[in-house]
Design a protein around this ligand. Structure first.
Ligand code: CP
Length: 317
């Protein structure tokens, strides 16, 4: 594996499968233990550098590092010297001076993780940069699909995945399209034209505006959060609306019980969280005990992040 994980494009087929296999192995190694801790990263320090809010990613990186016996420093911009004007570079160098071996960064600016990788000597893991990428989310999604639909081994060749909703603002969609195509899956992006990015024709994915037509022909449907806060930043609040209304969006692109019934028997429903229940996904779909993998995705995030830390920090040496 490379020194950093900045993009899903950093992973070739063998590298991606190695992470998924390692996650399976670590998960099994911990399953039978009363004390859920393994020793490989003893003496290593992982810094979680979060400039943007997070529930799932931050806590699972913290828990993953601790389960591998690393020391963990949690840094959030709120309450730090960032409020006094300290730059990302100076903050990162300060934390590195305290002995960080890996920095996990979330930032609202696309490209922040790449910038950081040029400044520090340790490994950098992109935990979500603006609307750009979120590679460990794509890995945990692939892990979940592989477990549910491929028996937990190999790649995702031939799997049909629909990624639905606010593709324009979604780092999850970008990383998933890259990783899923590396693993052999066929991706269809389903969104209103206003929520597809310029240049999407060059992505390794098909596009559709018609959710009802796509649903009967997919094995996994991944609903994306409508990112209203990024729409405001884009000026949507000033009248440049991306969708006519929440109700209209839900009618055209929301996954409700009627639409879920159009899926094949084995198909699963995914969402990276946090969800807008009632907008992109109905509560009864999100909580469906058979098809919804939303809680499982969170659990799997821990195994996948353990695998990434383990491989990046030389736990296999
Ligand atoms: N899916 C995800 O990145 O969630 P958080 O924003 O809670 O980390």
């Amino acid at each position: 594996m490379n020194r950093h994980l900045l993009s899903a494009a950093d992973l070739d087929h063998a590298g991606a499968v190695e992470i998924l296999d390692t996650a399976e192995r670590l998960d099994r190694a911990l399953a039978g233990r009363e004390v859920k801790k393994l020793p490989p990263l003893r003496g290593r320090t992982v810094v979680n550098l979060f400039y943007e809010d997070s529930t799932r990613t931050r806590t699972s990186f913290e828990l993953a590092a601790k389960r591998l016996s690393a020391d963990v420093v949690n840094f959030t911009a709120k309450g730090s010297s960032v409020s006094k004007g300290e730059s990302l570079k100076d903050t990162a160098l300060t934390l590195e001076a305290m002995g960080a071996d890996a920095v996990v960064i979330r930032h609202s600016y696309s490209g922040a993780a790449h910038r950081l990788a040029g400044w520090v000597h340790g490994s950098v893991i992109n935990a979500g940069d603006g609307t750009h990428e979120h590679p460990t989310q794509a890995l945990l999604d692939a892990f979940t699909m592989r477990r549910r639909l491929r028996g937990g081994a190999g790649d995702l060749a031939g799997l049909r995945v629909a990624v639905v909703g606010d593709v324009l603002h979604s780092r999850v969609a970008r990383s998933n399209v890259l990783l899923l195509s590396t693993l052999g899956a066929a991706v269809t992006l389903v969104a209103p034209p206003t929520l597809l990015p310029v240049g999407v024709d060059g992505w390794p994915a098909a596009t559709s505006f018609d959710l009802d037509a796509v649903l009967p022909n997919c094995d996994a449907v991944m609903m994306l959060r409508v990112q209203r806060e990024r729409m405001s930043a884009d000026g949507a609040g000033g009248g440049n609306q991306f969708v006519p209304s929440a109700r209209e969006y839900a009618r055209r692109y929301g996954l409700d019980a009627r639409r879920m019934a159009m899926l094949t028997e084995q198909a699963i429903v995914m969402h990276p969280g946090p969800m807008n229940r009632g907008m992109e996904i109905a509560a009864e779909v999100a909580d469906d005990p058979k098809r919804s993998t939303i809680v499982e995705q969170v659990t799997n995030g821990l195994s996948v992040r353990m695998a990434v830390l383990y491989l990046l920090l030389g736990g296999n040496e």
